[in-house]
Design a protein around this ligand. Structure first.
Ligand code: PLP
Length: 372
């Protein structure tokens, strides 16, 4: 993996803002409710290890990832807090989790039986920590049937398992219409109220649930997008506290020229200058995770919005400048300049997607700079 360390394009990650978001979230919670920071997908593009360490420093008592390899990378970085893999891990790979004290999500009896078959008779081995996932309406993974869940609970209470957690995931916690949320909550109770002794971690809340459905948090929340300073609902519902964006995306002009009226810019010749125009080129493109469909949107230069002209290329794109500017002039693609701002939500809206996708698309090629 090649990181562009010798070019001006970079992601600036404000870890202080990240920690502030965690602390503000914590104030909303009851004192015994723990926060597990969700650092999957390279910490939502911000950097797995750096984000994990900052989150733990700000009071997160555990971490959630999507796949086992992310958890192993955290352990290799000597991070010792509990780590939960939220997706399904193949039983053939599950021993690696147990050996590294990583907790796995389990959503079927078949999985438990298979793991038992492979690892059940090994002697003097530690047990595998398991969180049972309950599908209350997300329709993704998990137990949907009371009897099967009851059988699973019996199984994980004995070796080679340790019953560490139980959880579900809401599909519409970020919407103003609460009917489906309530239906899921109802199903959660139908499925889990029969369990006589709940495990250490009972968790149902992602960011949206923790922001707008506060009584329903269990004793741990899985905090993702809010920690990164973004609203899970985009701009649709206000958050109860001011979120501080963690990520900035910056570049600079590395080529400046004047083109004659009638000249074209970039692939497909889709942009034609209507008068003589100053055009700047910046070293970032869709291979860096900045969407190709951003043609016609804008960036900030000297606190002014400047249009992206012509198609965004793989590694470069062109900007219409208000005047002749020098090579080296700073360009902000996401972030603030002189009181003006381009938010991740602005970019997401223009690209017709959600802020999550913009963040997680930020490519490994982008150099990441960390502010503490
Ligand atoms: C990704 C994920 C989260 C975090 O979601 P946010 O909306 O970013 O807070 C929580 N729980 C599960 C199961 C997830 O997959």
């Amino acid at each position: 993996m090649i990181v562009g360390k010798n070019r001006a394009t970079k992601l600036v990650v404000d870890l202080h803002a990240l920690q502030q978001n965690i602390k503000n979230e914590k104030k909303l919670l009851q004192s015994q409710t723990e926060i597990f920071a969700v650092v999957k997908a390279n910490g939502y593009g911000h950097g797995l290890i750096e984000v994990a360490k900052a989150a733990v420093g700000a009071g997160a008592t555990g971490l959630c990832v999507a796949i086992l390899d992310e958890a192993l990378a955290l352990r290799e970085a000597a991070i010792t807090v509990p780590i939960l893999v939220l997706g399904i891990t193949e039983t053939a790979n599950a021993k690696l989790a147990q050996e590294n004290n990583i907790s796995l999500t389990v959503g079927s009896l078949e999985w438990l039986h298979q793991y038992q078959q492979i690892n059940g008779d090994a002697t003097a081995q530690e047990n595998l920590k398991v969180h049972l996932v309950v599908d209350t309406g997300m329709g993704r993974i998990g137990f949907r049937d009371v009897d099967q869940l009851a059988q699973a609970v019996l199984l994980v209470r004995n070796a080679p398992f340790e019953f560490e957690g139980i959880f579900t995931h809401f599909a519409t916690a970020d919407e103003t219409d609460e009917s489906y949320f309530k239906q899921q909550l109802n199903t959660w109770h139908l499925l889990t109220d029969q369990i006589d002794k709940m495990p250490r971690y009972v968790h149902v809340a992602n960011s949206a649930t923790s922001l707008w459905h506060l009584p329903v948090t269990g004793n741990m929340i899985r905090l993702g997008i809010t920690m990164y300073g973004l609203n899970p609902a985009g701009t649709a519902i206000a958050a109860p506290f001011a979120l501080q964006p963690v990520l900035r995306l910056e570049s600079h002009l590395n080529f400046v020229k004047q083109i004659k009226a009638g000249s074209f810019v970039s692939y497909g010749a889709t942009y034609q200058a209507s008068s003589d125009e100053w055009i700047g080129t910046i070293p970032i493109g869709y291979a860096d995770g900045y969407p190709r469909r951003m043609q016609g949107f804008h960036v900030l230069i000297n606190g002014q919005f400047c249009e992206i002209v012509g198609r965004v290329c793989m590694d470069q794109m062109m900007i219409k400048l208000p005047a002749k500017l020098s090579v080296g002039t700073r360009v902000t693609l996401i972030g603030q300049q002189n009181g003006q701002q381009i938010s991740c939500d602005d970019v997401a809206q223009y690209a017709e997607t959600i802020n999550y996708e913009i963040l997680t698309s930020m490519a490994p090629r982008l150099q990441r700079e960390y502010l503490n």
